[in-house]
Design a protein around this ligand. Structure first.
Ligand SMILES: CC(C)(COP(=O)(O)OP(=O)(O)OC[C@H]1O[C@@H](n2cnc3c(N)ncnc32)[C@H](O)[C@@H]1OP(=O)(O)O)[C@@H](O)C(=O)NCCC(=O)NCCS
Length: 193
């Protein structure tokens, strides 16, 4: 069967049972701005070098508007707002990025604020991988996860990501060093279940 044409300017909603992934628009920026005020999120995504910085780090609305305006129409990434069906609120984002057309591969990242450990991240990851492999015809999706984030690593393994290697001392945190794990999933490994 011929693989679908990869086209990241084709941005569509991905409905699930717990969440819907909706292509991000400027209307989501204010909810994302509020959701990003989350110390644990800043730490686990490696956005800061200690908890004090995490408590004080805040994106301005203008910075986020600028970023999401570009991302909403980007041709090398798709950014979805994760909408929690329970609350109807935007609780995070799921992203396919760094598209490498020639090698039919890209990166993946995800975050959820406030509504963690309710199964939303697992479903959002599965919906994103289904889009990557079934709708876009990608061959490989890769990610990095810090060593101090076993929950994220567990979710990725559950969905079928395989550990590839370690980037040693990739993050400086609280005066020490944290390794980053590289994981990937291939089209031939992806099982939609
Ligand atoms: C990682 C993230 C997207 C996962 O989404 P989520 O909605 O919280 O995850 P789910 O509820 O779907 O699943 C959590 C799983 O981890 C398990 N878990 C929870 N804490 C854990 C821990 N400390 N160690 C190992 N597993 C853990 C849960 O038991 C559950 O597994 P199960 O379904 O097999 O029981 C979300 O927690 C998040 O955004 N975290 C902060 C930002 C982040 O870490 N982003 C990823 C950066 S690589």
């Amino acid at each position: 069967m011929k693989a679908p044409t990869i086209d990241f300017s084709r941005k569509c909603s991905l409905p699930g049972s717990l969440v819907t992934l909706r292509p991000v628009t400027m209307a989501d920026v204010s909810a994302l701005h509020a959701a990003l005020r989350d110390t644990e999120l800043a730490v686990l995504t490696g956005s800061v070098h200690d908890r004090t910085e995490a408590r004080h780090k805040e994106w301005s609305m203008a910075e986020l508007e600028d970023i999401y305006r570009r991302w909403a129409v980007a041709e090398d990434r798709i950014v979805w707002a994760i909408v929690d069906h329970d609350s109807g609120e935007v609780v995070g984002e799921s992203v396919l990025n760094d598209l490498d057309l020639g090698n039919r591969s890209c990166g993946f990242r995800i975050w959820i604020s406030g509504a963690r450990n309710k199964g939303l991240g697992t479903e959002a990851t599965r919906l994103t991988m289904r889009h990557a492999f079934a709708d876009q015809g990608l061959n490989r999706v890769e990610l990095e996860v810090y060593d101090f984030n076993p929950r994220a690593r567990h979710v990725y393994e559950k969905v079928g990501f395989v550990h590839e290697g370690v980037k040693r001392q990739a993050l400086r945190y609280e005066g020490g060093w944290i390794d980053a794990h590289v994981m990937s999933i291939l089209a031939c490994e992806w099982a939609d279940h």
